[in-house]
Design a protein around this ligand. Structure first.
Ligand code: HAS
Length: 555
């Protein structure tokens, strides 16, 4: 195989140190949330194995309080903080210019205040509503306000990206947007559009309701607005990881990215195929069969960009493995730099995502969904996706990112590799347990250790696998925090000038159809049209909202 050329010179890059600090703290807020989240995750996993340790957690009164903390801290605070910090950095690197100081600080402030407000409500036991907060379950107003502020922090981040992009465009008229900046800004445009559903739900329905300003809640309308955002939210968790898999991992393994156009196409596909949240509502009454069918079809189309990613990223890895001396069909795999914790964590995350993707397709198949919906199968799917493809990749990224942000050498490289494997093996066991338990009818969101009925045969072993797997994941995460902590506090000073990123074998074309990919307003318009077609009739038929449901606090 000939050695491909990587186009695009690596230009020197520096970020003002005050901005570097704010980005570092934005990301540390996320990792702090992850620490709280995984501590509660251990109790969740052991519960499946009939080991009840909730009572030892300070402030945790019920299983549902712990589950809410686990879900909100991991799926919202971690992911949003990481995305805000990381993507502002990748945008700055892609355009080779600093961030807007005010927007960077304002986004950080909104994130912290929001996270504190939401945490207060959850720890005070006033918001045991799980991370989906479906009404008529009602939380304290501070929970909704906290979530709103966290979303506002992402909008401020977007404003920062747009400000950087427009300044760059003024200086580079007619040039294609550099790939790293392009995928960074498309991630946030995608999210800005997607977040409108939850913004309307929280600001116009739930927050006023929790303050007593509305006579009741509209459960089906709220659920629908929630899932209008709630499905794309999973890609908002994932796309910062795709930025790393596409633009950074190839460089880390001495590989190269095959096609600039394919990467842009993948991100545009996500931007266009937003309105598929109804696949979370396949069993909801009040949603027509025609709509469910249309969304089932669209869900299969959103599978495509990830399939393209699988092939593109695998090829980039293969180029790296072969450059490092790999021969034959598969031996390149062993030549990858597995001793680099950043690479091993992210490649293991990719492998987990293959299984996550397959289970996602099973969820998306309507008949299968009727069998697995609300069973443990669903957390089996999402611990492979957000719980590993995303979380383990964040850890892998941290292994180069924290040294860059702190200007220090990574402490404990071999421990980093070990923690990644420990986490990966843990999730394989946990997911196997949840999936087989789910197929045997084990419900999700249920304190299995407390069920008063005789458990069916398949649940015992499944529960034990979940307990063992969850414990290994917990150990893997704890070791990650050890490496991080030691690096920040005791790492040896080392100048780290740049972040790893690659450009592509096939460079961007400056003429022809590819240029339309940079006309982002076209794609935004298309995205809104598709949302209007899929969601418009449903939403119009539910306006004005029927505010009939009275608040309910089960736990
Ligand atoms: Fe999902 C439920 C369908 C992807 C997260 N999903 C959830 C929930 C969460 C979640 C949190 O259709 C639960 C929500 C709740 O609380 O109720 N999901 C899908 C489909 C995909 C999918 C079709 N989900 C994700 C991602 C998530 C995520 C990504 C988080 C980040 N999901 C569903 C459905 C439900 C659902 C239904 C509702 C279930 C119910 O009834 O409640 C697809 O986008 C997946 C596509 C993925 C792939 C895999 C590509 C593989 C790659 C890695 C390649 C490997 C390499 C390594 C390169 C096609 C890119 C090679 C290395 C070597 C060494 C060789």
């Amino acid at each position: 195989m000939s050695t491909p050329v990587v186009y695009g010179a690596n230009r020197p890059f520096d970020l003002p140190s005050a901005q570097r600090r704010i980005i570092a703290w934005t990301i540390y807020v996320g990792f702090f949330a992850l620490a709280v989240g995984v501590a509660n995750g251990l109790a969740q996993a052991l519960n499946y194995a009939h080991v009840d340790i909730f009572k030892y957690y300070p402030g945790m009164r019920t299983y549902y309080q712990g589950l809410t903390v686990h879900g909100v801290f991991n799926a919202v605070v971690l992911t949003f903080s990481f995305a805000n910090g990381f993507v502002q950095l990748t945008m700055a690197r892609g355009l080779n210019r600093p961030c807007n100081d005010f927007l960077l600080r304002a986004g950080f402030a909104a994130l912290v205040i929001g996270a504190v407000l939401a945490a207060y409500a959850m720890f005070a036991g006033k918001a045991s509503v799980l991370y989906t907060f479906y009404p008529p379950l009602m939380a304290h107003w501070s929970f909704y306000l906290g979530l709103a502020l966290i979303v506002i922090s992402t909008w401020l981040t977007s404003a920062n990206l747009f400000a950087m992009l427009s300044a760059w465009r003024r200086e580079h008229p007619g040039e294609r947007i550099p790939l790293l900046a392009y995928i960074s800004v498309v991630t946030y445009i995608f999210w800005d559009i997607s977040s409108l559903g939850i913004a309307v739900e929280v600001v116009l329905l739930l927050l006023p309701w929790s303050l007593g300003w509305l006579s009741g809640a509209a459960p089906l309308l709220s659920r629908t607005l929630f899932w209008l955002t709630g499905h794309p939210i999973v890609y908002f968790w994932l796309l910062p990881v795709y930025i790393s898999w596409y633009a950074m991992v190839p460089k880390q393994v001495d590989g190269a990215l095959f096609s600039d156009a394919v990467v842009r196409l993948v991100f545009l596909m996500f931007l266009c195929i937003i309105p598929i949240g109804f696949h979370h509502q396949f069993v909801d009454p009040g949603v027509s069969r025609g709509l469910k069918f249309a969304v089932a079809v669209l869900t299969f189309t959103v599978f495509m960009p990830s399939l393209l990613t699988a092939f593109s990223v695998m090829y980039a890895l293969e180029i790296g493995g072969r450059r490092r001396g790999g021969k034959g069909l598969l031996s390149w795999i062993f030549k990858l730099p597995w001793g680099n914790p950043s690479v091993s964590a992210q490649v293991l995350a990719m492998l987990a995502f293959m299984l996550g993707g397959i289970t996602g397709l099973m969820n998306a198949s309507y008949n299968m969904n009727l069998t697995i919906h609300n069973t443990a199968f669903v957390p089996g799917h999402f611990h492979l996706t957000v719980g590993t493809a995303v979380a383990l990749s964040y850890m892998g990224i941290a292994y180069w990112l924290v040294p860059f942000l702190e200007q220090k050498e990574l402490w404990g490289r071999r421990l980093g590799v070990f923690q990644a494997w420990c986490y990966f093996i843990g999730v394989l066991l946990l997911a196997r347990g949840l999936i087989s338990g789910g197929l045997a009818g084990m419900p999700r969101r249920t304190a299995i250790s407390l069920v008063p009925y005789q458990e069916p045969a398949g649940w015992r072993i499944a529960g034990m696998l979940v307990g063992v797997g969850g414990t290994l994941m917990f150990i893997g995460a704890a070791l990650f925090f050890l490496v991080l902590f030691m690096t920040v506090l005791f790492g040896r000073r080392k100048e780290v000038r740049d972040i790893p990123f690659t450009e592509t074998i096939q460079p961007p074309q400056s003429r022809g159809w590819q240029v339309t990919m940079d006309r982002l307003s076209y794609w935004v318009a298309f995205s809104f049209v598709l949302i209007a077609v899929v969601y418009g009739p449903f939403l119009v038929s539910h306006l004005p909202p029927r505010l009939v449901a009275q608040p309910f606090q089960a736990f």
